[in-house]
Design a protein around this ligand. Structure first.
Ligand SMILES: [Cu+2]
Length: 475
């Protein structure tokens, strides 16, 4: 996590090091007369929570590899300024994508308000085509719902529209265009909206750490910068807030902190989000908080398309706990697909011969794919390796939707700095067995009483042989 707030342009500008808290409300008299000056973020780091210093107090969220949009208070109305524009997003170190987003990044900044707040959002369109913003999950006047053509005129390039409503319902919401959605969401236009409860709420617990991120997916050819927008299913980059492992920051929490994680899905498939070492309860959806009697413990929760799930747990086990999507193809990056299974195929000799013809030739997968995580394979420029990451015990061989929940005793309240790798207590790490191995005691009655092995007649075993037809591919 970076504490560099200088990368945020604040309303006053040029003041140098201004704190996140101060930038939330600092507005000059000149600015009051016009639109709020848009605040632009240029970095993909997880920014510290934006502590409010105007309006009702609340415990702010931390946006994973993201930030919260400062606002100005104008006669009792919270005013925000979103700018829809092309952005350059570093998805992982060494790999940047040319996306569309808001205020310098994809996803756009998180918007945080309090139940009952009057909100005004200025949306300026700097895209080459029209857009609109839909406020997913909000109770609002129909004409503020942001569906271009249906509830409003689309925002043409260069135009600024104003959305105004009262944040009536506390919860976790999303925002995204409702104009040329296929293109604009495939290009990364989305953001999160948090409406905090205005006081103690019977179903919304107070927590020590409150994280939020969106699930998104891209199809960017190795070596390319711009997503292919026509892709429906075969995405090759599975990201959290437009970051892929090892570019996703760890979720750093203090031992015995009560933790809430809010996850919204704006991809085109479901993602079973899985945490190690702890059980959680799903405490809310974008439809609102879940009654206590309807909650049950889980270690994985499926987040379907267009849904938000918020879950909570007590982080009472120290360590570096994997936290990831449980679809194994979603924890790898581009180039991992369309490779034939070669497990058990011996390539020795062949690779050497081919290398003489094609330098850099590499055989993939004869001992499984784990080698891929460690190989120094030449990649096209601007490409994330398929599986990578160096852990304290070797290659992690992951990509995509993978991060680490780091639970530590020694952290201070509000400290989100990466504490490094976990120091395991002596004797608490899986270790190699170096003693003798017993001979396996093989089962002699595989079918039990119903199909005793001894009575099976070998001659009755039928073998089907299918001859290749002319239509099959021959290697
Ligand atoms: Cu997934």
């Amino acid at each position: 996590m970076s504490n560099n707030i200088n990368s945020r342009r604040n309303f006053l500008g040029g003041l140098g090091a201004i704190t996140a808290a101060a930038s939330a409300a600092a507005v000059s008299k000149v600015a009051m007369a016009a639109l709020p000056e848009p605040v632009i973020q240029t970095r993909p780091d997880t920014m510290p929570p934006l502590v409010p210093n105007t309006g009702r107090p609340y415990n702010p969220v931390v946006t994973l590899n993201g930030w919260t949009l400062p606002w100005r208070m104008n006669k009792g109305v919270k005013e925000f300024h979103l700018v829809a524009e092309p952005v350059v997003r570093e998805m992982a170190p060494g790999f940047t994508a040319h996306l569309w987003g808001y205020n310098g990044q994809s996803p756009g900044p998180t918007i945080e308000v309090v139940e009952g707040d009057r909100v005004r959002i200025f949306v300026t369109n700097k895209l080459p085509e029209h857009t609109s913003v839909h406020w997913h999950g909000q109770r609002l006047p129909n004409g503020m719902d942001g569906v271009s053509g249906l509830t409003q005129v689309a925002i043409q390039p260069g135009k600024t529209f104003v959305y105004e409503f009262v944040a009536r319902r506390p919860g976790t919401f999303m925002y995204h265009p409702h104009a040329d959605e296929m293109t604009q969401m495939a290009m990364g236009m989305m953001g999160t909206w948090i409406t905090h409860p205005k006081g103690a709420h019977p179903l919304i617990a107070e927590v020590d750490r409150d994280f939020v991120f969106l699930l998104n997916a891209y199809d960017i050819d190795p070596g390319a910068y711009t997503p292919k927008i026509m892709t429906m299913l075969d995405f090759n980059l599975w990201s959290w807030n437009s970051r892929i492992f090892p570019g996703i920051d760890p979720l750093v929490v203090r031992k015995n902190d009560k933790v809430r994680i809010r996850v919204g899905n704006l991809t085109m498939t479901n993602h079973p989000i899985h945490i190690h070492g702890h059980e959680f309860q799903v405490t809310g959806t974008d439809g609102g908080p879940i009654p206590h009697a309807a909650r049950w413990p889980e270690v994985t929760t499926d987040v379907a398309v267009g849904q938000m799930r918020q879950f909570e747990f007590l982080a009472d086990e120290e360590g570096d706990w994997a936290f990831h999507c449980h679809k194994s193809h979603h924890t790898m990056n581009a180039m991992g697909h369309n490779v034939p299974t070669l497990i058990g195929v011996d390539h020795s000799g062949v690779a050497k011969q081919i290398t003489e013809l094609i330098p850099d030739y590499m055989v993939m997968g004869e001992r499984g794919m784990a080698d891929m995580g460690e190989m120094e394979m030449p990649l096209p420029d601007n490409t994330a390796p398929m599986m990578t990451g160096e852990g304290p015990f070797g290659g992690v061989a992951m990509g995509g939707m993978f991060s680490v929940l780091k639970v530590r005793k020694e952290l201070k309240r509000g400290d989100y700095k990466d504490p490094g790798w976990y120091r395991h207590p002596q004797g608490s790490v899986a270790y190699e067995w170096t003693g003798k191995l017993a001979e396996p005691n093989r089962s002699k009655s595989a079918g039990g009483k119903s199909m005793p092995l001894q009575q099976k007649n070998q001659a009755e075993v039928e073998v089907q042989v299918r001859k290749p037809t002319g239509k099959m591919h021959h290697e």
